[in-house]
Design a protein around this ligand. Sequence first.
Ligand code: PLP
Length: 454
Amino acid sequence: MHKFDDEASRILLNVVSHTIERLSMDPIALDYPKSVDFFKKNAPSLINEEGNSIEAVFDQYKNTIEESIISVDSPRMLAFIPSAPTKASMIFDLVVSAGSLCGVSWQEASGAVWLENQVIRWIADLVGLPRDAGGCFVAGGTNGNLSSLVVAREQYRKKQTDSTKRLAILCSDQAHSSVKSTAKVMDCEVIAVPSNEHYRLTAESIVKELDAHPGKYQAYDIFAVVATAGTTNLGVIDDIESIANYANKNNIWLHVDAAYGGAGLLSDKVRELYRGIERADSFIVDPHKWLFAPLDCAAVIYRNKHLASEVHAQKAGYLDILHEDEEGDNPSDYAFHLSRRARGLPLWFSLSVYGIDAYRQAVQQSLDMAYYAATQINKTSYLSLLIDPTLSVVVFERIGWDWQDYKNWSTDQLRKQVCFVVPSMVGDKPVLRFAFTNPRTSNDIVDEILLSLK
Ligand SMILES: Cc1ncc(COP(=O)(O)O)c(C=O)c1O
């Protein structure tokens, strides 16, 4: 099992040739989910005492399993937030996977940390964070939000040692579900402030909400406010500048969740909408969403990274050595994790290969696609745009349809391999939602989807 013998070599050749096929697939097939009965019949368990031939096991994956997994990098995948990794990032992911890299500490992986930190610095510069900002790559935005808000709470506790009130986080009613999950894990409250008529959170809407329910909210110690730079459902950017002023005035932590929308900072056409983002105490962006990195890759960055390491660095006799003569950073110190892949490396590789300008153009392409889709929707008599797109999410109604109609249409389109688009809810209104992150989604694909809604 641990020797690179003839069998291992056969496995590798098999896998590499299959991977080349997958990487060169054009167009990338969407594929679709299969039923439990299908798997029971076609993919019985191969886990037994004796093992199986490499061909048998790999064939099961290749012939039965793979096509049951929707390709998130298909240009026809517009549901949730798709992932459209570059070819170089996917290729280098193989090196990271096969390289036995443990990305915990400088001692174990100095070169990997050095390169990941170049990417962290590039992102920090995009945001406008100071030189001593720092952080690491985690598995997803959910972990990034949790890691950031735990640091925020510890900062607050340093100031409020004798308060017995319940702790609370402010955010908008459009904030991502992971903020609520984070609060659950941290055993604190979320004050979900109704966003304004443009679905944005502003300082004014925060003050209005708190003033409207003084009795309720005075029972809480609010320690952080989350501004979202690119809401998941609607792609809207909160009024970060006014929220930063509010946070500053009330001496609370400003966390910016740019898991999806952070990539938009690369576009000169929308950059202005992020005003105030440079004042974040902590910030997240998921390169596995719109910065063309493979899953799973999210960056969490703190204005003052030392506040994060005070909170997250794990202490034990067997780890002390990692903190002695510490020359570079330990990524494990900056989030709620210890063992980790050096998951920032595929992005480093790809950025270094293609250059920043290629990223700028690819992000702009998704923005342009969203504006194109909105224009086409406005030209129809049977569709109605909910709001003008801010970023690359487009939300609209098919006039006269209810949830079940949307669901039927969605299932049918996936069956025909036209697109993977699922309905969403805005308030109590069912809607359809495109999220563009793949520069290979074309006008023709959008036109085809819109026509199928007639
Ligand atoms: C704004 C926002 N924050 C957080 C998350 C959670 O990220 P992840 O799925 O990587 O945990 C998402 C996911 O879509 C998101 O859109």
